[in-house]
Design a protein around this ligand. Sequence first.
Ligand SMILES: Nc1ncnc2c1ncn2[C@@H]1O[C@H](COP(=O)(O)OP(=O)(O)OP(=O)(O)O)[C@@H](O)[C@H]1O
Ligand SMILES: [Mg+2]
Length: 464
Amino acid sequence: MSSSSSICIIDNDRKTCDLVSAFLTYQGYDVVTAEHNVSFFDTIRDKRVGIVIADLHLLQTVFPDFVVNARTINPLLVLIGYGRQNDKLLPIVSEESIFFLPKPLNLDELESLVMRAMEYQSLKMHDSDDSAAHHPHVLNSTMIGKSRPMQALFDMIEKVAESTATILIQGESGTGKELAARAIHQLSGRNSRNFVPVNCAAIPDDLLESELFGHVKGSFTGAYANRAGRFEMADKGTLFLDEIGDMKANLQVKLLRVLQNREFEPVGSTRSQKVDVRIIAATNKNLEELVANKDFREDLYYRLSVIPITIPALRERRDDIPLLIHNFLARFNSDRRHAVKGFSRETLGILCAYDWPGNVRELENLVERLVILKDSGVITPDDLPDKYLSGHTQVQVPELPTAEALPEGGVCLNSMVDEFENRLILQALARTGGNKKEAATLLNLKRTTLIEKLKKKNLAYIEE
Ligand SMILES: Nc1ncnc2c1ncn2[C@@H]1O[C@H](COP(=O)(O)OP(=O)(O)OP(=O)(O)O)[C@@H](O)[C@H]1O
Ligand SMILES: [Mg+2]
């Protein structure tokens, strides 16, 4: 986790504050608490806080200028709970960077809200990163990507869309080659005409020629009438030759001729037909290798790859994974009227570390499957199929607070040890859902000793 993504809880009601702190620490977040006085701005600055959780009422009464001041600290996302006591606050809570959590506090809701806030904040930080490309995270309302390679790809697609130059898109299976081809067509001046896809691998060799160029009546058994081919259908539009690496040698020659002369002859005809098509070819095979092995014509390869585009594998742009998950989740929730809230951090961690041999298609299918099976709630590692878990070493959440380097001015040992002890106790209680006997076992204490400590420290997790 980056240092700017810690969460600051502003202390108002000690019990709630401790509960929230213990809960979020247990979830693996880096949590700091601050006294509710002006010094919390220093805390926010010093600890590079990304999210502030505070009581709306407290903010209203004690810090009327909170929102204004908070904005001056960058980056900062404000998460304000817990009560909607005053309608005057509504304009504040509807601000895009402010998330609202109603009372009474529900820890599941809190978790899903914090997850959303974290995601939003990481997008915001990415946007403010000067070195990042300037594109929005969605191209042509379909293609999602905020990683550097995808932003560069969006840039490229926008630049080449207008030209009629032939494009060769390469990339592993499921990386979005067809999506990219469609985006190029949509962004081009040809978008009012057809986008015609042909899957060269799916059509039997003896039919592909007629499929591409059409045929005249009687040219072969079964040719009962003249039939237009895909080239003709794509006139003034775009022809998408998918799986071009599977095209047989005799057709490669014919295709080369169309690329050179912009004309072709339908099967059985001697009359050439002129055509104005923009060709985009795609393959998940390594064409250079096929050329080297003489399985693909070198001259055709050069004709096709006037503008070569490679879509990187998903594992080479892992920062797109949470964004894609977020978008697929929203889409499948709405398609199926399900209410899956999100993915727990641990699950996201596992999915970001996974290698995705099936790339975006595999991720999309997984999210759809999880939404169908889960229906509602938060997706946890237990919901994932085994293959995503194997090879993954269990993520350690939470990290115990580590002793910090001794500051110049020294520390108050007693209060630090006290704080450390409080946190461990609250984590144990959070993990056991407030069960003191089990929490005591986790801490290697007697139940009575734990209860004594809770009383002495005036700590309360859930009243019994
Ligand atoms: N960047 C992306 N944003 C959103 N959805 C994507 C993205 N990339 C791929 N997809 C989705 O993933 C699936 C696979 O994409 P597509 O069919 O374009 O891949 P492909 O590279 O042509 O795969 P194949 O080589 O198997 O034909 C589609 O449902 C597509 O919508
Ligand atoms: Mg494809």
